[in-house]
Design a protein around this ligand. Structure first.
Ligand code: A2P
Length: 331
């Protein structure tokens, strides 16, 4: 197999550091690794597979060398500018920002769901939104078998989704201050039905990301979807209540069986023993946990699920590295 050279853009950030951790844990087979961040971090050292790398300032000529794959997580503006530059130099960019996700010629990929879409990339592959990733891993086998007509998403999202400043806001808030001002209101002891900006239709951008990205990944624009996304005072891992309406009939035991035999999913559903997915248990793992599987008796063919995953790992870094793993199979 060809030796791969890989770059990480935003290597000092929360997701960037996790890229390095996941590359190491999965022993991703690279020959050279290049790490980039803002001028503020140039010269800093980061570690991967026991080797220290010097952080370089990201510049227009950063990709003028033999790089096969670049994992980007430095925000939308950086991706908008540099992903195309990298792609024009033959680098395949796996981009964690929302900059490219809805572009027609950019595949939006969750490897358990639509790995086939990787094949038609033109230099940029988008990593979906963290809340979307864990949801579609659950939805895919159910959609294949019962055809989903409608989805109602309600999320309970951790502050780590806002990066270091989200963690700071909750840490400070729990100590009684709110110096960070990351959110428009205190996050400690609070729930904020407000993630990303509000749009003209009254939804937030995060809610519309979940709606649009789910349709694109599942390749079905007829599914009706609504969402309410909420930031909660939890450091890590997103939890989601998901209500589904199917076209076909189902049995709950059949659904549980299907989910527990699907890729990337762990079924944790034993309410007699208080077993259901919890954020504190999902932390640091790469799987999607599903529980509280029950019939929605207010509908003819409705189902309720509770879905939990580590938003920085499966919701971001791990998913991107899994895409890179698929890419190198063809090199
Ligand atoms: P830096 O640490 O030098 O600011 P997070 O989402 O956790 O805040 O991380 C954002 C990542 O994006 C960091 O690695 C950050 O680097 C990087 N970044 C921010 N601005 C730039 C920029 N202008 N050029 C390259 N990387 C950037």
């Amino acid at each position: 197999m060809k030796k791969i050279n890989i770059a990480v853009v935003g290597a000092t950030g929360m997701v960037g550091r996790t890229f390095l951790k996941v590359l190491e844990e999965r022993d991703f087979p690279y020959e050279n690794l290049y790490v980039f961040a803002s001028p503020r971090s140039a010269g800093q050292r980061v570690k991967c597979k026991d080797i220290e790398y010097t952080v370089e300032e990201l510049k227009e000529d950063s990709f003028d060398r033999d790089i096969d794959i670049a994992l980007f997580s430095a925000g939308g503006d950086i991706s908008k500018k540099y992903a195309q530059i990298a792609a024009s130099k033959g680098v395949v960019v796996v981009d964690n920002s929302s900059a490219w996700r809805m572009e027609k010629d950019v595949p939006l990929v969750v490897p358990e769901v639509n790995p086939q879409d990787i094949k038609w990339h033109k230099g940029i592959i988008a990593n979906p939104n963290c809340s979307t990733i864990q949801a579609v891993v659950a939805l895919k086998p159910l959609h294949d078998k019962y055809k989903i007509k409608r989805v109602v998403y309600s999320t309970y999202q951790a502050v780590s989704g806002s990066g270091v400043k989200g963690i700071m806001a909750l840490e400070e808030g729990l100590k009684g201050s709110d110096i960070a001002k990351t959110y428009p209101h205190p996050i400690a002891n609070n729930c904020l039905p407000h993630i990303d900006i509000f749009l003209e239709n009254g939804y937030t951008k995060e809610e519309m990301k979940m709606i649009n990205e789910t349709q694109k990944i599942l390749g079905d624009y007829d599914i009706k979807i609504t969402a309410t996304t909420v930031r909660v005072p939890v450091f890590d891992c997103h939890s989601e209540s998901v209500n589904l309406e199917f076209e076909k009939n189902f049995e709950v035991h059949e659904v549980k069986n299907l989910l527990s035999n699907s890729k990337g999913i762990v079924l944790q559903d034993d309410v007699e023993n208080n077993l259901y997915p919890l954020a504190i248990n999902a932390k640091g793992t790469d799987l999607v946990y599903i529980g509280r599987v029950r019939r929605d008796f207010s509908l003819e063919k409705g189902l309720n699920l509770w879905i939990v995953a580590d938003n920085i790992r499966k919701g971001a870094a791990t998913n991107a590295v899994q895409i890179a793993e698929e890419l190198i199979k063809d090199l």
